[in-house]
Design a protein around this ligand. Structure first.
Ligand code: NAD
Length: 467
């Protein structure tokens, strides 16, 4: 038994078994979490399938009311959801609160969109219309770094378009999603949204299920490749938001003291566990030493600790596997670069790593080439900006990137040469629900958010009439 329940066919139910969710700041259990069996996953898909006709039939405005009601519910329970989020994920409570209210805002944003019939041609001989029809049951699969907001990239547009959903949170951060299920139960008709927590064992079954018409997936590139293969047999629709290795390129005209705090935040927010965190920083040789020193000072002064404690700036890594992976990359970077801040893990319990700055490191070392997804930033010296852009583009990933300069024209010119889904100028990782988001190359397939993101939850249908 657990205080947390799965949501299947409008009912809050126990899982086939329970296992603990661990607080990464203390390594102590937070709660026993119900875990679904494959039979329960199948029940969830069946419920979503039978709820689909009644949910998709009425006009869009009916569904907008439901999305607004969910946003109201999230806001009314904001403090409780934020506490669960900090306890399961590790992030500071202020950031968790921002994520929770941001989630409500994402639900509200989609209520402002419509899917009007578009007239493609209306001529003497014919009239051609483009309709957007819902797909059916959507499988939504979410990772552990932003359990709430990444769910909100998927649920509101999927539901608005008239689809029904089976949501699978990450096994180490299921609690906020299950709490959301308690709210949704009283707002949506049975089966429209089902929420199943697993032990990392149901993603493949959800992907391969014959009654699931689309998988909207956020997670690692390796798992995304499995999703693509799993969806191929039924030619299922997929949207994949995958890993990244975003480069920031700082030109020589930038004042290191002014830019360093923004660069630090871009790299270390959520302890670096952000798909669009700045994961490698290229700095012009003329300001390299000064920038390294500024970043090291910020890292040395950062307050790390339990996210529930007042004043904590950075929480722990979310899970032991990620903690071990980041430590391994730091050990490797000791051989290929020079650590000028951090590099160690505090004695006390919890998956903490002090923010780490590595200088005198370059492309070809693991920390620069791989996705660290943790609080460690390689700072790379360059002399020619076009060469820095070429090195940024040489990655198999292509999620985001940024150019930093006081020369707006030069920054814009370089931004046009960067080959990634998003490029920012004098900022990094600025996401909003109305701005389409997606990755190039190994960073994903398709788009989330904005009107384009909504369209991905629909089937385009053309009606072509002779006159
Ligand atoms: P992960 O790929 O290990 O897991 C993501 C989700 O997939 C989890 O819910 C997991 O249970 C599920 N899963 C596991 N095996 C599966 C399978 N065979 N089929 C279907 N689903 C399966 O990723 P993670 O470690 O939880 O998250 C970190 C990664 O996510 C990083 O690479 C990060 O860059 C990426 N990420 C990308 C974005 C983006 O929008 N591009 C956003 C956040 C995180």
């Amino acid at each position: 038994m657990s205080d947390f329940k799965l949501l299947i066919n409008g009912k809050l139910v126990d899982g086939a078994r329970t296992s603990n969710v661990v607080n990464p700041a203390t390594e102590e259990p937070v709660a026993a979490c119900p875990r679904a069996s494959e039979a329960q996953l199948n029940e969830a898909v069946a419920a979503a399938k039978s709820a689909f006709p009644a949910w998709s039939a009425p006009p869009l405005d009916e569904r907008k009311k439901a999305l607004n009601a969910i946003a109201d519910g999230i806001e009314a329970n904001g403090a409780e959801l934020a506490r669960h989020l900090t306890q399961e994920q590790g992030k500071p409570i202020g950031d968790a609160t921002g994520e929770v209210y941001g989630t409500a805002a994402f639900f509200r944003y989609f209520t402002m969109l419509d899917l009007p019939v578009k007239i493609i041609e209306d001529s003497e001989g014919k009239k051609v219309e483009a309709h957007r029809r819902p797909l059916g049951v959507i499988g939504a699969i979410v990772p552990w770094n932003f359990p709430m907001i990444l769910m909100a990239f998927k649920l509101p547009p999927a539901l608005l378009a008239g689809n029904t959903v089976v949501l699978k949170p990450a096994p180490t951060t299921p609690l906020t999603s299950l709490k959301l299920g308690e709210l949704i139960k009283d707002i949506l008709p049975a089966g429209v949204v089902n929420i199943v927590a697993d032990e990392n064992d149901l993603g493949a079954a959800l992907t391969a299920h014959p009654d699931v018409r689309k998988i909207s997936f956020t997670g690692s590139t390796a798992t995304g490749q499995k999703v693509m293969a799993g969806a191929a047999g039924l030619l299922k629709r997929i949207t994949l938001e995958l890993g990244g290795n975003d480069a920031g390129i700082v030109l020589g005209d930038v004042n290191p003291k002014e830019a360093a705090p923004k660069l630090f935040q871009s790299a270390f927010q959520n302890s670096g566990q952000v798909c669009i965190a700045m994961k490698r920083l290229y700095v012009h040789e003329s300001i390299y030493d000064e920038m390294c020193n500024e970043l090291a000072e910020l890292a040395n002064n950062a307050v790390i600790g339990d996210g529930l404690k007042q004043g904590t700036q950075l929480g722990p890594l979310q899970n032991k596997m990620q903690f071990d992976k980041v430590k391994e990359l730091i050990e490797d970077a000791r051989k290929t670069g020079k650590i000028i801040a951090g590099g160690d893990t505090p004695e006390e319990k919890g998956y903490f790593i002090r923010p780490t700055i590595v200088r005198d490191i370059t492309d070809g070392s693991r920390l620069v080439d791989e996705e660290q997804f943790g609080p460690v930033l390689p700072v790379i010296k360059y002399s020619d900006a076009d060469d820095a852009v070429a090195r940024a583009n040489a990655s198999p990933y292509g999620l985001g990137g940024s150019i930093w300069s006081n020369d707006k024209d030069k920054a814009y010119e370089l931004a046009t040469k960067m080959e990634s889904g998003s490029v920012w100028i004098n900022k990094h990782a600025d996401l909003a629900p109305n701005i389409p988001f997606g990755g190039a190359r190994f960073s994903g397939l398709g788009t989330e958010l904005g009107e384009e993101g909504l369209a991905e939850f629909t089937q385009l249908k053309i009606i072509n009439m002779a006159k």
